[in-house]
Every structure is written in structure tokens, then in C-alpha cells.
Design a protein around this ligand. Sequence first.
Ligand code: SF4
Length: 307
Amino acid sequence: MTPTDFQQAVLGWFDQHGRSNLPWQQDINAYRVWVSEIMLQQTQVSTVIPYYERFMESYPDVQSLATASLDEVLHHWTGLGYYARARNLYKTANWLVTHTSGEFPTSIEGLCKLPGIGRSTAGAISSIAFKIPATILDGNVKRVLARFSATAGWPGNNAVLQKLWLVADSYTPDTRVADYTQAMMDMGATLCTRSAPSCYVCPLNKDCKAFQQGNPKDYPGKKLRKILPIRTQFLLMIHNSQGEVLLQQNPPLGLWGGLWVFPQVDTEIGIAETCSKLGLQIVSQTINPTKRHTFSHFHLDYQISGT
Ligand code: SF4
């Protein structure tokens, strides 16, 4: 399939089946595309929509985001996870307001220098907001292209990633770049899905190597599972006699950076020490059974201690 045939197939499918009513597809500008792209990293469209709408209501442009407090911004992010994304949005908004009067750079190089913006996000902003030809390779697009080209291996591996960038570059058009970008994202999200690709109605099936081989779900390759380390923690839910609960703000960097959280201690002994440091007297105390929350790089086994 030539690049022109590929683009025609993708755009033809998009004209009939692509999404056009997503909130970030209205009143398009670099700011709105940027926020949507950052929210959509690691998070599904249906989850992102209400967060995006609330965010835009409070921060309709880069200036309003830059002049908000980080606390408020993190509050808007609560529940979306991966809070570094919100901190980077805030940092970038401040940088733009200080250095460029809030204007986004239009080059991929300039966009990639901003905190939290990688090559694919820069490509999406450039193509969708500025209509400048640029390649994207987000998780959905990696899946489509890994299957189409039968590129083996886990895309987190740099060599595999570079192969996929070459494939993506070779098919990116010079015209209708915004539609093409959206089309590739939509195909990955709605057609070439992780566990149930709809190959029989896919416009690429004639030349899709994985489909021809009969094994689309083998692509992209999986990361070798490694054993995650386990951390243990007690989360102190400290109530006073009025029923108020004590929260402390974490330092800006690290896990749950900048968020208001229950005081955390590593050992049961630490509970009394922490309360004494805070000048609090324990009247009664319960310790709940251990629960596990798994992060990308470790398991957190935690117990909630109510005092
Ligand atoms: S034919 Fe199947 S595996 Fe190939 S791109 Fe289309 S949906 Fe994905």
C-alpha cells in the first residue's frame, strides 16, 4: 500500500466513522488541544470528557491557568491520576505567559522543550491546532501501526519505538493533517482496539500484515513482566472531636506530589511518634486490614489507621 493509498483509506474511513463531537474538537486552538492531549495520556476518552469540561470552564486559556494556584489545578485533576501531568501543565502555562505572552511555539522542537510535551503530543498540537504536517505516535497509533507493519517488540523499547516512528513518518500526509491525526487516533480507539480489533471492517485490512498473518493481538509486543517491589505504609486518618480529618500537603515532587493526603508513616510505631510530633493525643485507635494499590513501578500495601 503506497502512502497515498494508506492516507486515502484512513481519511475515507474517518469521513464516515470518525469522531467529531468531542469537546476538544470544538473551538480548536493550541491550548485546548494541548490540555486534551495531556489528559488523554494514560486515560480513556470517556473518563477525560467531564474532567476536560470542568477544567476548561475554570481555565479557558493559558493565562487563567497560569494565574491559578497549583492547589486548585491539582484539585481539578483529582481522580485522573498521574499528577505530574497537572504539575507540568501548570509549569508550562507559567513559562508561556512569562516568555511568550502565552503563545505556543509552532515548531515541534519548540513544543518539545515545554515540560510534559513529548514528540507525539507536539505532533498532535502542531497538526490539529496549526494544521502543520507532523507525525503522532500515541498509544493508539502505535497499536495500529505495529499491527499494520507487523513490527515486533515492546514499543517501550527504544529500537522498536524508532521503527514505529519511521513507519508513522512514512504515512503522514502533507494535506488534511488535522483530520489524519484525528483519524489515526480514532482508528486505534474504536476499530483497532487492544483486545477485539474489528479487522473485517477495517480499511487497512488488505495490507495489514498482522491481519494477514492472523495474529493482530500479538502486536504490539508486551513488556516483559518484572516483579514489582512492595512498599508498606500506614495512612493515618486522624479525626478530632468535631469529626474533622487531618490532611497534610505533600512536597511538590514525588508520589502524590503537591496533593493533600493523610499523614503517612512506614511502621506501626511511627503512628504514635507522628501524633506526638503533631501535638495530638490518641484517644482511640483502629488499624484496618492491609489493602494493595499497584502503581506502575511498585505495589503499595497500605493500612488505614483511624485515630
Ligand atoms: S486490519 Fe485489524 S489489526 Fe490491522 S489495522 Fe485494521 S483493525 Fe488493526
